[in-house]
Design a protein around this ligand. Structure first.
Ligand code: NAD
Ligand code: UFG
Length: 352
């Protein structure tokens, strides 16, 4: 298939690129680098051994999106392009609605006009808010607790409406739990532009010496060790699920909404210990107050993804920590540090 990855230069998009190329697809990346770096494209060329087809595109630029689709043919789009910081979304809700929701509307309109028949959408466990019970199944009540979450829910709903209006259009909503880890090469990984708000990148930066200590938000949750429990999933397992979802849309010709998690809850403390073991580094920490809005325990029931896609997570928490550490120790300051010259980036890319 010829597949467009909107937001494909980001953390999950670039890992998915490697899997799709490995499976023999022709893959094109479109991104505006709002939260990523062109350096990723040079790394992708290194990993895959081929120039990376790339188109600079801002999803908010409706004429630009239309013009691109008018001259390109795709069998499917995977839509990663979104702003994703929960805290920032509370400060700048309109920017989130514009970027995530308007961008998705323009994308869907251009896809419809160009007759692109399939969409895989990056949704999130955030659509469950604070779940009533765990493990969380796809039919659990949806209730969001912040503007970022609201954009994900609205986007799922508007994609559903488009599917109902056009019985030939196919879409997959993939509800990711907590993606972590990195590509086994150590060349690709998560590279937050600001102070990390997520646990794993924060631990990585503490272990590599960029930050003094981790603050563990809450030690008094009703969980086995008192710290919050989440379903961390290796980004390469997640990447593989996108390829499987694309196959499902083609072969089964049905729409799809599935959780992507391991089904195993891991506490903050367990992750800290697993990381210390994998990296042979200390991860100093202190337990502080709970972070407002955090649930005690969120983990997936991934049975539906297994049944429909034949997919299940294979990499355990030790692999997640080992690969995250390989990435962080090889790139202590992320993509910026091992910077290749701009003309090298240009050589790594074939503009589409
Ligand atoms: P990321 O920020 O690393 O990647 C998103 C990419 O989209 C970036 O390269 C960014 O530059 C690009 N982008 C944003 N707005 C754009 C626009 N208007 N036009 C073009 N490109 C644009 O994030 P990620 O972690 O790779 O997440 C990918 C998707 O998965 C997002 O939709 C996110 O909401 C969703 N998701 C992420 C997580 C997570 O914890 N990482 C969890 C659940 C869902
Ligand atoms: N945590 C800490 N210290 C930190 C960061 C996090 O103790 O410095 C704890 C949190 O309290 C939580 C756990 O680590 O118990 C995981 O926190 P993350 O911020 O890594 O992940 P969340 O589950 O809170 O949020 C993630 C995504 C959101 C998404 C949500 C549900 O970041 O975008 O999953 O899918 F909405």
């Amino acid at each position: 298939m010829r597949i467009l990855l909107c937001g494909g230069a980001g953390y999950i998009g670039c890992h998915t690129y490697t899997v799709l190329v490995e499976r023999g697809h022709q893959v094109v990346i479109a991104d505006n680098f709002a939260n990523s770096s062109p350096q990723v494209l040079a790394r992708l060329e290194q990993v895959t051994g081929k120039p990376v087809p790339f188109h600079p595109l801002d999803m908010r630029d409706r004429p630009g999106v239309d013009a691109f689709f008018a001259r390109q043919t795709f069998d499917a789009v995977v839509h990663f392009a979104a702003l994703k910081a929960v805290g920032e979304s509370c400060e700048r809700p309109l920017d989130y609605f514009e970027n995530n929701i308007s961008g998705t509307i323009y994308l869907l309109q251009a896809m419809r006009a160009a007759g692109v028949p399939r969409l895989v959408f990056s949704s999130s466990a955030t659509v469950y808010g604070e779940p009533e019970s765990v493990p969380v199944r796809e039919d659990a009540p949806l209730r969001v607790t912040n503007p970022y979450g609201r954009t994900k829910l609205v986007m799922e709903e508007l994609i559903g409406d488009v599917c109902r209006a056009d019985p030939h259009f196919r879409a997959a909503n993939l509800r990711y739990f907590n993606p972590v880890g990195a590509h086994a090469s150590g060349l690709l990984g998560e590279d937050p532009s600001d102070t990390p708000s997520n646990l794993m990148p924060y631990i990585c930066q503490v272990a590599v010496g960029r930050r003094e200590k981790l603050r563990i938000f809450g030690g008094d949750y009703p969980t086995p060790d008192g710290t919050g429990v989440r379903d961390y999933i290796h980004v390469m397992d997640l990447a593989r699920a996108h390829a499987d979802a694309l196959d499902y849309l083609v072969n089964e010709d049905r729409n799809l909404t599935v959780n992507l998690g391991t089904g195993r809850g891991i506490s903050v403390m367990e992750l800290v210990h697993a990381f210390a073991k994998a990296s042979s580094r200390e991860v100093p920490y202190e337990i502080v107050d709970r972070r407002p809005g955090d649930a005690a325990e969120v983990y997936a029931d991934p049975a539906l993804a297994q049944r429909l896609l034949g997919w299940r997570a294979e990499l355990d928490v030790d692999a997640m920590c080992r690969d995250a550490w390989r990435w962080q120790s090889m790139n202590p300051y992320g993509y910026a540090a091992g910077r290749v010259e701009e003309d090298r980036v240009e050589e790594a890319v074939s503009l589409v």
